[in-house]
Write a protein that binds this ligand. Structure first.
Ligand code: FAD
Length: 370
């Protein structure tokens, strides 16, 4: 008999499993996929750690979380500095002095600030939609070239039809700092995320390719308690209806050239290019293998924002009223399930960055295991 049956070998399940084992508990981890690591899974192709379910960059301000993950991997010095491509014009993505210089030819922070202030004046009253909100924050030129098309592709709707609250802030930097994240610590685990999760699950029994919900009755008999990190609505057989997600579709290509775009992420900010961005995976690790050799090929992923339907890979929860209300009802049902703990991005129907997943799993471990 196991103390814990953990459904899902993603980051949440792996942290819980590691902590339970550390405290002497007997643990079994199962996953319906044939690989561990959930959405942070990386696969080695042509020597490149390919981020199969979307590019993942670890970043945090939490020193404890940083110390925690560093037990399982050494992180490289990758710093996220996306580039925007607007019809062939390239801009720095956190809006900064490089962006303003390219956009207007301004040289000093004072000139840049004056230009933004002048353009912001276009909007006088309370912004009525996303377009007006964005212009009131950064002015028309940056909105037109760097925000509009990208946002419309992401949401599949015109910015004038989107509510203003979606964009609360658009950080403007009057410096030459190209570091996208405002985080004390960031990087990519050397050797890939799968290796990191493998280290977390060291010595723990794992069974892959098993869907818990298809074998629930027999699996439940194996353990005292269950930690479930799959979709909460699926657990209850969608009896109150399906929660909605936004999805992303990836088109991946291996190219027989060493360098496609010279950067890990290039956002396509015009409306006409159908993809939102292209990820070139090798640049997360500076184009080299672990021995420091240059890699001859490259892998790119074009990302398309897509509507989600039941059966598709769920990516981003939709945090509107309808779905939040439905989640609350499922949560009430979940609270009545004896000896089952719901956690993680699908179990809690919540967008979590990796550092928040670790924080949240450790908090539950304290409650459940100590
Ligand atoms: P998951 O990784 O989804 O793990 C859940 C596991 O449960 C899966 O392996 C699944 O197969 C399994 N499972 C589900 N149902 C069943 C079942 N019935 N039976 C058996 N197994 C089941 N965070 C960052 O910090 N930085 C980033 O750059 C970043 N980029 C992202 C990009 C994208 C496109 C997305 C969608 C997310 C990104 N995130 C990023 C967030 C990050 O992916 C999550 O924080 C993390 O993966 C969540 O881990 P989890 O264990 O909760 O879920």
């Amino acid at each position: 008999m196991y103390d814990f049956l953990i459904i899902g070998s993603g980051l949440y399940g792996a942290v819980f499993a590691h902590e339970a084992k550390k405290r002497g508990k007997k643990v079994l981890v199962i996953d319906k996929r044939n690989n561990i690591a959930g959405n942070i899974y990386t696969e080695k192709i042509e020597g490149i750690n390919f981020h199969k379910y979307g590019a993942h960059i670890f970043h945090t301000n939490n020193k404890e979380v940083w110390k925690y993950v560093n037990q399982f991997a050494t992180f490289n010095r990758f710093t996220n500095s996306p580039v925007a491509n607007y019809k062939g014009e390239l801009y720095s993505m956190p809006f900064n002095m490089y962006t303003f210089n390219k956009m207007w030819g301004v040289v000093t922070p004072e000139e840049a600030k004056a230009k933004i202030e002048e353009q912001k004046k276009e909007i006088t009253g309370e912004p009525q939609n996303l377009e007006e909100q964005a212009i009131s924050l950064i002015g028309r030129d940056i909105y037109e070239k760097l925000v509009k098309g990208y946002t419309e592709k992401q949401w599949g709707r015109d910015c004038k039809e989107l509510p203003a609250f979606i964009i609360k802030r658009l950080p403007v930097r009057l410096t030459f700092d190209n570091n996208y994240f405002d985080a004390l610590y960031q990087g990519i685990p050397i050797g890939g995320y799968t290796k990191m999760v493998e280290n977390m699950l060291d010595g723990i029994e794992i069974r892959l390719g098993i869907d818990y919900l298809e074998h629930k009755e027999e699996l439940d008999k194996l353990a005292e308690k269950v930690v479930y990190t799959g979709p909460i609505d699926a657990y209850f057989d969608y009896k109150l209806g399906a929660l909605e997600y936004r999805s992303v579709r990836f088109e991946n290509e291996v190219l027989d050239i060493p360098n496609y775009q010279g950067n890990a992420a290039v956002n396509y900010t015009d409306r006409e290019t159908p993809w939102t961005r292209i990820i070139e995976h090798k640049w997360f690790e500076f184009g080299k293998d672990e021995a420091g050799n240059d890699l001859p090929k490259t892998i790119i992923s074009k990302e398309y924002s897509s509507e989600w339907k039941l059966g598709d890979e769920p990516y981003y929860p939709v945090n509107d009223k309808k779905n939040s209300d439905l989640y609350k009802l499922y949560k009430m049902l979940a609270e009545n399930e004896k000896n089952v703990f719901f956690g993680g991005r699908l179990g809690e129907y919540k967008y979590y960055d990796m550092d928040s997943i670790i924080e949240s799993a450790l908090l539950v471990c304290k409650k459940v295991l100590d």
